[in-house]
Design a protein around this ligand. Structure first.
Ligand code: GLC
Length: 728
C-alpha cells in the first residue's frame, strides 16, 4: 500500500515536470524530425508580394509553393487577420506543419500613428514611450502580427542621415533608457496571452555612416563603438528583447551581417539567448561590400557569426543545405539557429494555436479607438519642442486666423515615414483641428510655397496678403515627409527651397506669427531662428498631430520636449554634438586663436542637446553632490516659479577629468522629468551608480574610478551648477 502511495506521489510530481518540457526541449524534439530543407526553411524570411520595404529580388519563387514545402519560416509585410490566416494555413499544410512568424515595421504605431521616434525621444518621458509602444503592440497583435522590427536604437550625430527620424538621437545614456522603455511597452504580454516580439536594430553603429549617407561605411575606434553605439543594444538585451537585426554597414572592414566580433559580444559577453535576423538582403550584400567571395561564402560567414534568419537575400535557402552536406557548416550550427526560431514560436503559443493572433473581432474593435487616439495626442503634445517664444505663446486664439504653408493641411505628411500599416487619410491636420475647435473664427489659408517645387514663389503674394489681414498667423514650414527615413539622406539640411524667404516676409507683415517647423531631422533655418517671434518644432506627430499642436499653442499643454539631437547652425559643423572631447586647444568664446574653432563660422550648435523652453520657469536651489557607497548622490530643490504648471528635465552630466583615455567634456548620466504645479517646489534626489561610469579604454573595460566634475544643467550648454568630486 505504502509503495503505491509513494509511486502515485512520484508520478504526480514528475508528470507536470515532464509535461513542463522546456521550449528548447520541445524544439529539439521537432528538430529531430526535420530534413535539412525544413531546417533551412525555418531560417528563411520572405516578404509579402505587395508591400516591399526593400529591393524585391528578381525572379522570386512562388512563395505559396515554398510555404507548402516548409521552406519559409517567417514572412514580413503580411498584415491583417485575413492575410496572415491565409498564409499561416499554407505553412500548416507542410509536412511538419510548423507555424509561421509574421514580422512588420511597426516603428511608431500600427494604425494609430504616434510621433516619429525622434520626436518621441524629444519627450524624454519613459512613460510616454511605454504608452506609445504599448498601443502599437496591441494594435499589431490583434492584426496577426507577432514581431515588430523596432526599436531602432541607432545613436547618431549626423542629421544628414535620413534614418535619424527612426532613432533616439545623439545621446547614448538616453538612448539606453528609450530602448528599455520600448522593449517593456512592446513585449509585456497582454491579458489574453498575446504578446509581441521586439527587435533591437540595427546592430551595430549604423548611425555612424560616413557623411550621414545611408548604408555607408562605418570606420570608428573600438572606444567609440563600445562607449557610444553599443550601450543601447546592451540595454535592449538586458531588457529581454526577443530579437536583434543586423545593420547593413560594415564596421572597420567587416559587414555587420558576418561580424563575429559583434556577435561574440552579443551571445558570449552579454549572454543573449534570442535570435538575430539579417536586414533586407544584407547577407547577400556582403559580396557587394567586397567581404564575401560569393553568396555561398556569405551564407557560411553569416550563420557562423550567429545570424539566425536571412531576410530576403535567399543565401540561406540556396546554400545552407549544401554547406552542411559538404561539411563546411556543421549541422549543429544549423540546429542551434533553428532552435532559436522554434523557441520563439513556442513562446508565442503558435504551436498550441497558430491562429491565436487572427481574431477578426479583436481586430475590428481594438484599432484606432478613441482611447488609442487620445494616447497618440498625449504623446504628441509631449513631443513638441518650444524653441523660441518672445511672449507670443500661449495664445487665446483671436477671430482672424491666417494659416500658411502646405503642411497645415497635409494629412499624409503628419504621419512621417515608416508607417506601413496606416491609412494615409486619417491624421488630423492643423487646419482641421482649428476649424473643429474654433468654428466661429475666420480662418484663411494659403499654401505660400510648394513642398516639392523648390524655387516657386508664385504663392508668396497670396500668403502675404492673408497674413496682413489676420490677427494671428500660423506658419507651417519644413521638409516633405519623404525627405527623411531609409535611403533619404540629405546633403543640405536647410529648410528646402524658398520657405525662409517667405517666412521673413510674413514676419515683416505680421508680428503675431507662430512658426511650426515639421520634419524628420534637425534642420538648419537661421533666418527663421533669428526673426521668428515664436517657434515650435513639431516633427511629424502622427494621427493626432493637429490637435496636439493646438493644445500647445493654446496653452492646454505646456511644452516640455527637449532637443534629442543637436541642431547645427551650418552644414560645415556636422557632426556637432555635445559630448565631444576637449582636445588640447578647445574652442573658446573670445577671439582666441590657435584653438579648434572655425575662423568663418560659429562652432556652437543653433540648439544644443536637451534644449527646450517652457511657458513657465524653474529655479534650482540647494544643490549638493556626494559620494554615497556605490553611487553619486545629487540632491536639489526645484521650484516652478512661473504662471503655468509644467515639466522640467533635470539633467546631471559628468566629466572624468583625466585618465588612461580622454573622456568627453560632459556625458549625461541621469535625467528626470519633474512635473510641478505653478508655485510648487520639490526636493529632488537623483543618483548615478558608480558602475555607470565604466567605459571602454585603451585596454578594454575600465571601472571608471577617478576625479570627476559633476554638472547639473538645463541643457547640454547651460550648466547651472558644477563641482568636483573624487570617485574611488
Ligand atoms: C529595411 C530596413 C529595416 C527594416 C527591414 C524590413 O531595409 O533597413 O529597418 O526593418 O528592411 O522592412
Amino acid at each position: 500500500m505504502k509503495k503505491t502511495i509513494l509511486l502515485l506521489l512520484f508520478c504526480s510530481i514528475m508528470i507536470p515536470i515532464s509535461a513542463q518540457k522546456t521550449f528548447e526541449q520541445k524544439a529539439d524534439s521537432i528538430i529531430a524530425l526535420m530534413t535539412l530543407d525544413e531546417k533551412t526553411g525555418q531560417l528563411n524570411m520572405v516578404t509579402g508580394n505587395w508591400e516591399a520595404t526593400g529591393p524585391v529580388l528578381r525572379g522570386s519563387d512562388d512563395k505559396v509553393k515554398l510555404l507548402k514545402e516548409g521552406k519559409i519560416g517567417s514572412m514580413l509585410n503580411i498584415r491583417g487577420t485575413k492575410h496572415t490566416r491565409d498564409m499561416q494555413a499554407q505553412a500548416l499544410s507542410s509536412r511538419l506543419g510548423i507555424p509561421l512568424l509574421f514580422g512588420l515595421d511597426v516603428i511608431h504605431g500600427y494604425r494609430t500613428v504616434f510621433p516619429i521616434p525622434l520626436a518621441i525621444s524629444s519627450s524624454f518621458d519613459p512613460e510616454a514611450i511605454i504608452l506609445a509602444s504599448r498601443v502599437a503592440a496591441r494594435e499589431s497583435v490583434v492584426s496577426g502580427i507577432h514581431w515588430t522590427f523596432s526599436p531602432m536604437i541607432d545613436v547618431s550625430r549626423d542629421p544628414r542621415w535620413g534614418r535619424v527620424m527612426e532613432g533616439p538621437g545623439e545621446d547614448t545614456y538616453w538612448a539606453s533608457i528609450m530602448a528599455k522603455a520600448m522593449v517593456e511597452g512592446y513585449q509585456q504580454p497582454f491579458d489574453d496571452g498575446l504578446e509581441l516580439m521586439a527587435c533591437a536594430k540595427h546592430f551595430a553603429a549604423y548611425g555612424a555612416a560616413i557623411g550621414g549617407r545611408d548604408y555607408n561605411t562605418v570606420d570608428i575606434s573600438m572606444q567609440t563603438l563600445h562607449n557610444v553605439y553599443l550601450p543601447p543594444f546592451k540595454a535592449a538585451a538586458d531588457s529581454g528583447i526577443a530579437s536583434f537585426m543586423c545593420a547593413f554597414n560594415e564596421i572597420n572592414g567587416v559587414p555587420a551581417s558576418g561580424n563575429k566580433y559583434l556577435y561574440d559580444i552579443l551571445y558570449n559577453t552579454w549572454g543573449y539567448k534570442g535570435l538575430v535576423v539579417s536586414d533586407w538582403g544584407s547577407i547577400g550584400e556582403m559580396v557587394v561590400h567586397g567581404y564575401s567571395k560569393d553568396r555561398e561564402t556569405a551564407a557560411q560567414q553569416a550563420i557562423e557569426a550567429g545570424v539566425t534568419i536571412d531576410m530576403e537575400s535567399n543565401c540561406y535557402s540556396r546554400y545552407l543545405k549544401q554547406l552542411v552536406e559538404e561539411g563546411k557548416v556543421s549541422e549543429q550550427t544549423l540546429d542551434n539557429e533553428v532552435r532559436k526560431v522554434l523557441v520563439q514560436k513556442y513562446k508565442l503559443g503558435l504551436f498550441d494555436d497558430p491562429y491565436r493572433y487572427c481574431n477578426p473581432e479583436k481586430e475590428a474593435n481594438e484599432i484606432l479607438t478613441p482611447a488609442n487616439r487620445e494616447a497618440a495626442r498625449d504623446v504628441a503634445r509631449k513631443s513638441i519642442i518650444l524653441l523660441k517664444n518672445e511672449g507670443l505663446l500661449p495664445v487665446e486664439m483671436p477671430k482672424k486666423i491666417a494659416v500658411i504653408g502646405p503642411y497645415a493641411g497635409a494629412k499624409r505628411d503628419m504621419d512621417g515615414n515608416w508607417t506601413v500599416a496606416t491609412d494615409k487619410d486619417v491624421a488630423v491636420t492643423l487646419l482641421e483641428a482649428l476649424k473643429t475647435r474654433y468654428p466661429g473664427s475666420e480662418i484663411s489659408f494659403a499654401k505660400g510655397f510648394d513642398s516639392k517645387e523648390n524655387n516657386d514663389r508664385s504663392g508668396f503674394e497670396e500668403a502675404i496678403t492673408i497674413a496682413g489681414k489676420a490677427d494671428i498667423v500660423l506658419l507651417t514650414l519644413g521638409e516633405h515627409w519623404g525627405m527623411s527615413g531609409e535611403a533619404r539622406s540629405r546633403g543640405d539640411i536647410h529648410l528646402p527651397g524658398v520657405q525662409e524667404e517667405l517666412a521673413c516676409k510674413i514676419y515683416e507683415t505680421n508680428k503675431n506669427t507662430i512658426t511650426l517647423v515639421m520634419g524628420g531631422r534637425p534642420m538648419i533655418f537661421n533666418q527663421v531662428s533669428e526673426k521668428a517671434p515664436a517657434i515650435l518644432y513639431t516633427w511629424w506627430l502622427g494621427t493626432e498631430a493637429g490637435n496636439a499642436m493646438l493644445d500647445v499653442i493654446c496653452g492646454e499643454y505646456n511644452p516640455s520636449a527637449r532637443v534629442p539631437m543637436s541642431f547645427p547652425k551650418h552644414l560645415g559643423q556636422i557632426p556637432v554634438y555635445y559630448n565631444r572631447k576637449n582636445s588640447g586647444r578647445p574652442s573658446v568664446d573670445a577671439e582666441g586663436n590657435y584653438s579648434n574653432r572655425y575662423i568663418d563660422i560659429d562652432y556652437k550648435p543653433r540648439y544644443p542637446f536637451a534644449y527646450g523652453l517652457s511657458y513657465t520657469s524653474f529655479e534650482y536651489k540647494d544643490i549638493t553632490v556626494s559620494k554615497d557607497n556605490d553611487r553619486i548622490l545629487i540632491k536639489l530643490n526645484l521650484t516652478n516659479t512661473g504662471d503655468y504648471d509644467g515639466k522640467e528635465l533635470v539633467q546631471v552630466y559628468v566629466r572624468k577629468l583625466w585618465g588612461e583615455s580622454t573622456r568627453p567634456i560632459k556625458e549625461l548620466k541621469a535625467c528626470e522629468n519633474i512635473f510641478l504645479k505653478k508655485g510648487e517646489n520639490k526636493e529632488i534626489e537623483m543618483s548615478i551608480p558608480c558602475s555607470g561610469l565604466r567605459y571602454y579604454g585603451q585596454n578594454g573595460w575600465e571601472d571608471g574610478k577617478g576625479d570627476y566634475k559633476i554638472f547639473v544643467g538645463r541643457n547640454a550648454e547651460e550648466m547651472i551648477f558644477d563641482t568636483e568630486i573624487p570617485v574611488y
